[in-house]
Design a binder for this molecule. Structure first.
Ligand SMILES: [Zn+2]
Length: 471
């Protein structure tokens, strides 16, 4: 009896253990399966974002290339018309160039949207509302006279209305790929601490080392908002192409004789491109006309304009070693996880960068397209480039909170003090912390004995995470 009972107890506990084991195994399997599905989903979405971002960037760059080539062709036609004394044609050509400068890049922005959507990226609400906001600004701000400053000069009559229409048309379709290298994101030059996004990040993270490198005097000497130097004056801008996918070309008034005169490389290049220019000594040659040139502030060689951390390994061939027009597109995709609650998701961001390339062939070999200054049709290909070699700014691109802080909060804070800081703005909140004397004193104290721990941090990075090194 006794032993029988023991046996049956044993059977019960054995089968009980088996059930527990099976339940555990099923749980593990289910979790493993969910995990695998999540991993697959993330990889799938990452691949898709990457394809979409790269495709969008390439689409934008292709339109930049064709626009610049077209403007270059028109320069050559201009030279021909001008040398024949055909003033009416010169006018039509110059007018067409002005419009191509706007329509070309904006078509590129639209083409980028198609490319992103065809690769499975959905419309992004933030990017779309930004486009709409900007269209409003063009329509209501650029053409009017505000705060005593004059209106932004129009390249042609009614240009701002047409430009606003183009931006609106793209916003109406929904923006899936944000233009990450829009001129709009370029923060004013100068070293004002309040215009450095890193300043706010240093406060938030109590990164006293930032102050060690930037200037400990900030922590030591600051004694209230009136201490800040004035913000730099907004540079007066002249737009010759849209703020999105800018071509960085500029019209310049020149006589034909100086564009195609003796000793000028331009005529030689033009002849190499297959057009014979025979400037005749007519009155037309002495007239100042608009020709399209590369803006030399933007079209320089890569190795002189980039910091030493240039991410390309090895040599860049001379004929490809130039900055200038490029296209940087950001896409964002959400991947919902099965393993956690439905609200949790990973946002996968991919920034693709591409650039038109080409060269001029002459007796000396190959030279960069901007070697002669005058725009000529020279672009043959578009290629993906590393994001660090692109013109996308380091901080602030598509960071609407930062843009609003910079444009609207800072001027009021500098005029009226910390009482106007907005608790809804994460940058304003850092300024509130900054105002506490104890906060700044603790930094000075830490640095007095720990500054040796500060090592130079690599350039770039910041809150944008890994996106800068997208490829
Ligand atoms: Zn703010």
């Amino acid at each position: 009896m006794k032993s029988n009972l023991k046996e049956s107890e044993g059977r019960i506990s054995n089968s009980g253990q088996a059930v527990i084991f099976i339940v555990m195994a099923i749980c593990i399997l289910v979790f493993a399966m969910l995990f695998m599905v999540d991993v697959h989903r993330i990889i799938f979405i990452k691949d898709r974002s990457q394809n979409a971002g790269d495709a969008a960037a390439l689409a934008g760059a292709r339109w930049q290339a064709s626009s610049i080539n077209f403007i270059g062709e028109l320069n050559l036609m201009h030279a021909l018309a001008s040398s024949l004394g055909d003033e009416a044609s010169v006018d039509v050509i110059t007018n067409t160039q002005m419009r191509v400068c706007f329509v070309g890049p904006m078509t590129g922005v639209a083409a980028a949207q198609q490319a992103a959507k065809l690769n499975g990226i959905h419309v992004n609400e933030e990017f779309t509302s930004f486009m709409k906001e900007h269209a409003d600004k063009i329509e209501n701000g650029y053409a009017s006279i505000m705060n005593g400053s004059t209106a932004l000069p129009e390249p042609w009559l009614g240009a701002w209305e047409e430009y606003a229409d183009m931006v609106n048309a793209i916003a109406d379709e929904g923006v899936a790929a944000g233009v990450d290298n829009a001129i709009l994101y370029t923060d004013p030059m100068g070293a004002h601490p309040l215009l450095q996004i890193e300043f706010y990040e240093a406060i938030r993270g109590k990164n006293w080392c930032w102050f060690h490198f930037y200037g400990v005097h900030l922590l030591e000497e600051y004694d209230g908002y009136t201490w800040w130097p004035a913000l730099p004056e907004q540079e007066e801008i002249v737009l010759t192409s849209p703020e999105f996918l800018p071509l960085y070309l500029k019209p310049s008034e020149q006589k034909l004789s100086s564009v195609a005169g003796d000793g000028d490389a331009s005529i030689k290049e033009a002849e190499v491109q297959g057009i014979e220019l025979v400037p005749q000594k007519s009155h037309v040659n002495e007239k100042l006309e608009n020709w399209y040139y590369y803006n030399s502030a933007r079209w320089g060689s890569w190795d002189t304009m980039l910091d030493p951390a240039f991410p390309i390994e090895g040599e860049v061939r001379d004929e490809y070693n130039y900055q200038g027009a490029d296209s940087v597109m950001r896409v964002e995709a959400n991947s919902h996880r099965l393993m956690e609650d439905a609200k949790s998701h990973d946002t996968i961001v991919w920034t693709g960068a591409a650039k038109p390339f080409g060269y001029l062939e002459n007796e000396d070999g190959k030279t960069i397209p901007n070697a002669v200054g005058l725009v000529l049709p020279a672009f043959h290909t578009v290629n993906l480039i590393p994001i660090d070699a692109s013109s996308a700014p380091n901080g602030g691109s598509f960071n609407m909170k930062w843009r609003r802080h910079r444009e609207y909060h800072l001027p009021v804070y500098l005029a009226e003090g910390p009482s106007v800081l907005s608790s809804n703005c994460k940058y304003c909140r850092q300024l509130v912390t900054w105002e506490f004397p104890d906060f700044r004193a603790s930094g000075v104290e830490w640095l007095s004995s720990n500054s040796w721990k500060c090592v130079i941090s690599p350039p770039g990075g910041g809150s944008s995470g890994g996106t800068r090194h997208a490829h």
